[in-house]
Design a protein. Structure first.
Length: 236
């Protein structure tokens, strides 16, 4: 293994072959919904029922038996496990996805920078709780016991992504940065490859389509094929 410290960034494209819609394609999530209505704090304040409905649907879809991790998620868990056996090596998987397919594959060094569908948060105390049912305005949270204080634990546009300190620390130390299945439209994630490159890391993009970002290496195709092949190369 030529690398000691690896950071992987994933986006919606890695979960596309598991049956979860991406955002920015014809028929993608943002083609069919107005971002301002369902993915901003202002949208939630204006129409919380609509926003709850939107994330309840996403959550129910994620919990359906048809949605399972694919070979790309599994390959990243394999990579993490292999690195954990090499003394002194480091690995961090940063996902923009709010699904739980990475953890279901066995990934543990994982940051959900845009939140998680299977968590809700109390707006009064900021405490998070697991959730698998639909969330509504009448739900009372376990901490403040008030109705209407719970929101999806999702980072909306205009809000600060989660765990940035841990992510930036890992980017500053990594010698390989791999971006998988993300269009590179949303910052700060879209700028991670620059930070890694500035730190001296090799940068690789694995994506279905060209994104226009200048990584050291680009490979195009479906994640379920590209990622296992790339991980196998790293491990042999
Ligand atoms: N394999 C690899 N890449 C794929 C696949 C696939 N099977 N299918 C689609 N892709 C690629 C698309 O070509 C596209 O470049 O995945 C990318 C998905 O891009 P987006 O839909 O923009 O999703 P993402 O980059 O994750 O969005 C970032 O934007 O809306 C916000 O918070 C939301 O986390 C999300 C963020």
């Amino acid at each position: 293994m030529p690398y000691r410290s690896i950071v992987v960034l994933t986006g919606a494209g890695i979960s596309a072959e598991s049956g979860i819609q991406t955002f920015r394609t014809a028929d993608g999530l943002w083609e069919n919904h107005r971002i301002e209505e369902v993915a901003t704090p202002e949208g939630f304040a204006a129409n919380p029922v609509l926003v709850h409905q939107f994330y309840n649907q996403r959550r129910q879809q994620l919990l359906s038996p048809d949605i399972r991790p694919n070979a790309a998620h599994q390959a990243l868990a394999r990579l993490e496990h292999a690195l954990s056996l090499i003394e002194g090596s480091e690995f961090l998987l940063v996902t923009q996805n709010v699904d739980n397919l990475h953890e279901r594959s066995g990934s543990r060094q994982l940051v959900h920078m845009h939140g998680e569908l299977l968590k809700m948060r109390c707006m009064e105390t900021n405490l998070c709780f697991d959730i698998r049912h639909d969330l509504g305005l009448d739900d009372c949270c376990r901490c403040c016991r008030q109705p209407g204080n719970l929101r999806p634990h999702i980072v909306w546009f205009g809000e600060m992504p989660l765990d940035m300190f841990r992510i930036e620390k890992a980017l500053a130390r990594c010698d390989l940065f791999v971006s998988i299945g993300t269009s590179g439209n949303v910052y700060p994630a879209a700028g991670f490859y620059q930070l890694a490159s500035n730190a001296g890391a090799r940068t690789v993009e694995l994506n279905l389509d060209e994104t226009g970002s200048s990584f050291d290496e680009h490979r195009y195709g479906p994640a379920s094929q590209l990622v296992p092949a790339f991980v196998s190369e790293l491990l042999t």
